[in-house]
Structure formats: C-alpha cells, structure tokens
Design a binder for this molecule. Structure first.
Ligand code: COI
Length: 354
C-alpha cells in the first residue's frame, strides 16, 4: 500500500490540480440509514444517477486543505479542525446532511497516511486535499436531500499561480458580483466559484490575472479571484493598518489562512489589524495619497499571493513601495510555511498519527 507508483511528473513540474493520488475516501449517506461505512478506494470515477441534484442544482460544497512532510518524515496538516468546522457550516447552508467533523478528520488522516508517499517534500509543494460533499438525490424535483456522498481526493501540487511567489495584478470587476448579503459568499460552495470564471477573461483583457470582486453602489471589496484580500495602508490619520473585509455581511469566505494572518498580525503588533467593510473608493484614495504599502491575497491553494497592482476603470494603481523581502507579507509567508512544514513548533500544525 505504501509504495509510490511511477510518478507522473517531477515535483517541479507539478502545477495545481492535475495529478490524483492512488486512493480516495468515499462515504455515502441516505436519509433512512444515515452515514454508511467510510471506504478508501482506488481513485476513479463515481457513477451517479443523471438526475442527481448536484448536476442540476449545484447542491454541494467543498474544502481545501494541505498535507506536508516535515524533516523527520512526519505528515502534518494545518489547522484541520477549522476546515472540518467550516465544512459542516457550508453543508448546513446547502441543506446537506451533517456529519461528525472529528470522525471525518480521522478518516482523512487514514487516507493521507496511505497515500503519504505522494506528498512532495520540497518547500512550496504539498498534497492538496479536497473534501467535497454533494447531493446524489436522484430526482429532478428540487427537494430536501435524500442521498448524499462525501469524497476526499488527494492531489500533489506546486504553486497555485504559475508565476509562484511573484506579485500578480488584479482588475476590479464591477459587472459580475461574486457574493452579496444573504447569499452564500461565506460558505465554500462551488456555486460561488464557477460563475467567476467568466470574469477572468475581463481581468486578462486588462492585463491582470485575477478579478477583484466588489458589490453594491459603494463597491465594497469582497475577494480577489479565489482568495481573501489584505491591504497594508496608512489611513487618513497616518496610522498603519492591515485591513481586510469583515465577515459580518456574509459575503466573505472565512479563510483559514485569512484567520491565521489576522492572528499573527495581532500578535506581532506592528500595525493595527482591522476587519471592516471596505468601499473601493477608500483604497483608491489611499493609492492617491501614496498610502498603500502592501496588498496580498490569502487562501489554502495560494497560501499568500503578493499583489502589486489593481486596475480600476482603465487605470493601474500600485503600492507605493516596490515588492521586497522585508515586507510584512513575506515575513507572514515565511512564518506560515515554517509552521506548515513543521520547522516552527506551533499548535496550528497537526501531526497525522502514523
Ligand atoms: C483553495 O484555496 O483551497 C480553494 O478552494 C480555491 C480553489 C479555486 C482552488
């Protein structure tokens, strides 16, 4: 079970999300019988009825986690209990059945241990874990879920962006709205992601690689492509602040990396850490004063992604200082990577029992 089959490519050639490991976890649910026994199976197709709700009504949600190998060969996860908690919140919002997060984490640990030889060892590479739950209910009527399935898939990955840890550009998209109050922006449902693909073409046309999503006449900043977003600014009073959109209006995904950056920034206390509604005009004014010091995105896939420009109404706005290694975002990244790969002993790093 532990021998690695022929590698499909060298780790350095890994992009994001193309290689699947040997095994997957599958757990089926039925309204009458509840959850069935978890099964670890060879990765492969799952047969579903063509009426399955997930195909027609997008009744699904997912998680993103990563497994790392430390210098002693132990396998580590990063704050996995937060993923399990968010997965349950997302499932509830999507009217999918509840499950025991601790039990699911144990199943994931078993899967990761079986496929651990697939985990790339180099810094910047890891094994992405994709838990997904969806309604397999085989009726065309839009009804409560009667049948569902959880899959957990494993995928050795390199950097999410081909450029790696090199700043990217964003373009403000005022046309397509990613999320709005009362919607599902704060849960990890595929329905929040698929409809944003169209916006990437507009971003590319503006010379950017991702869109910065805003909503409402105030153009409140929400997310950057698939990531949460942070700005290090000096406010109008000259106070240095790390600001990020608040979770209060329900449009923002409560990212695990987002939360970790907030906690680290509060502990390091180099600036104020502020979660609030951010009208884009506030960022534009800060750009115009020369008060935007840093911008970065956070996410499980991307970890921290430097951003060095935002295109808005045909004009590019740039942080006042060029990207360099002394920046807060670089130090945050180094710390997070240190914890994730077990170089820094920290309670956020979870060792998978062999
Ligand atoms: C993640 O960062 O884990 C995500 O789920 C984003 C996805 C588009 C890869």
């Amino acid at each position: 079970m532990t021998g690695r089959p022929l590698p499909r490519c060298a780790d350095e050639e890994l992009g994001f999300g193309t290689v699947i490991t040997d095994h997957m976890l599958k757990i089926e649910w039925n309204v009458e019988r509840g959850w069935n026994h978890p099964m670890i199976l060879p990765s492969g197709p799952v047969g579903l009825h063509p009426f399955a709700h997930v195909f027609h009504y997008a009744v699904e949600c997912y998680e993103g986690m990563k497994a790392y190998v430390d210098n002693n060969g132990s396998v580590r996860l990063f704050r996995p209990e937060m993923n399990m908690q968010r997965f349950r919140v997302s499932a509830k919002r999507m009217s999918l059945p509840d499950f025991d997060g601790e039990q699911l984490l144990k199943c994931i640990e078993t899967l990761v241990d079986i496929d651990k030889d697939w985990i790339p060892k180099q810094r910047g590479y890891s094994m992405y874990l994709r838990p997904v739950i969806f309604s397999t209910t085989p009726w065309l009527g839009l009804t409560q879920c009667a049948e569902a399935m959880i899959l957990v898939l494993c995928c050795p990955v390199g950097p999410y962006f081909k450029s790696g840890f090199v700043p990217i550009k964003l373009s403000v998209d005022s046309k397509y709205i990613r999320a709005w109050p009362g919607g599902t922006g704060n849960v990890k449902s595929g329905g929040n992601y698929g409809p944003t693909v169209i916006s990437q073409a507009a971003a590319t046309a503006n010379g950017a690689s991702q869109s910065l999503f805003v909503y409402d006449k105030h153009e409140y900043v929400t997310e950057a492509g698939t990531m949460n977003i942070f700005f290090l600014i000096r406010n109008e009073q000259g106070v240095k602040q790390l600001i990020t959109p608040s979770l209060k209006d329900g449009t923002i995904l409560p990212g695990v990396t987002r939360q970790s950056v907030i906690e680290l920034s509060q502990q390091w206390n180099e600036c104020e850490t502020v979660e609030k509604m951010i009208p884009f005009a506030e960022i534009k004014a800060a750009f115009e004063r020369g008060d935007v010091l840093e911008i970065f995105g956070t996410g499980t896939a991307a970890v921290i992604q430097p951003i060095n420009g935002i295109v808005y109404e045909g004009k590019e706005y740039k942080p006042v200082v060029p990207f360099d290694d002394s920046m807060l975002q670089v130090r945050l990244t180094n710390f997070l990577i240190g914890v994730q790969y077990g170089d820094i002993d920290h309670p956020w790093s979870h060792v998978v029992p062999p």
